[in-house]
Ligand binder design. Sequence first.
Ligand SMILES: [Zn+2]
Length: 187
Amino acid sequence: MNSIFVTDLITALWLGFTGACIGSFLNVVAYRVPLGMSVIWKPSHCPQCSHAIRAYDNVPVLGWLWLRGRCRDCGEPISPRYAIVEFIMGLTFFVLAYVELFNGGANLPGGPITEFVGAVGNVWYPQWKLIAWYGCHCLVLCFLTCWVLINMDADRRKIRHGLLVSLWLAVFFAVPFWKQVAAGLGF
Ligand SMILES: [Zn+2]
């Protein structure tokens, strides 16, 4: 294995882990906001028995897996939805790092943004303009994810739900082709 492959992979995994943590927060937001609860003051707790989730169980995806999808205190099942959302957000940050950051923004309008290839030249020595593009796309997908999750709990909005999921996929798959998409739209 060459060093570029390794540094890119480590960086993408780190970004993916960050994405999974953000996914975990989005779960909390989507669960609490419609109920009018604060998203910051109260620590995560089991919806069945109200026991606080222990810090070592509150690891995205892995926590759910090693608890086998059950609360440590009351044994009631915890919806796999939480772990799935964390996994999807982690994967999103991981994949976008490869298609947008490590190639120096070659797919972005006016790109490439930098002359560097790989994680070291673009992330370890931060190229802020490029990172801002990446951050914006991740942020848009985070907002859409939150919107999808909040709609998922409102049964009457089935059609809108399909539209939102389509919108999420459209944004995700547009990122590697941003240059072509922007040209197609006449920018
Ligand atoms: Zn419980």
